[in-house]
Design a protein around this ligand. Structure first.
Ligand code: SF4
Length: 103
């Protein structure tokens, strides 16, 4: 019986915790991707698309940014968002990497 009573006491806390997790804005508190991150280096990620090496990526255009990439998902802040290639790290909306795809 005491097990059932304990369960009923903790139920509201569990429900409130779950609702808080669902209501939290995407990317809140997530780390920002560093250009020196090994995965970022592999994909030549730059937090500022204007700093991309144009000689290395002749098809790159300054208008190409994470914000208009197919793999970008807006976050809580207008300046960052998430990218499926970088897990829970936030990329800069003004950034770019060699995997950029027109969104
Ligand atoms: S795949 Fe797109 S959103 Fe992700 S880092 Fe590269 S350019 Fe930005």
């Amino acid at each position: 019986m005491s097990t059932r009573r304990q369960f009923l006491k903790t139920l509201p806390i569990a429900v409130a915790t779950s609702l808080a997790a669902v209501a939290a804005p995407s990317g809140a508190g997530a780390a920002t991707l560093d250009e020196k991150d090994p995965q970022a280096v592999k994909l030549d990620y730059k937090a500022d698309t204007r700093k991309v090496d144009q000689a290395k990526f002749p098809r790159h255009a300054a208008s190409q940014t994470c914000a208009n990439c197919q793999l970008f998902q807006e976050g809580a802040s207008p300046s960052t968002g998430s990218c499926v290639l970088f897990g829970d790290k936030q990329v800069a909306a003004a950034g770019w990497c060699s995997a950029w795809e027109q969104g």
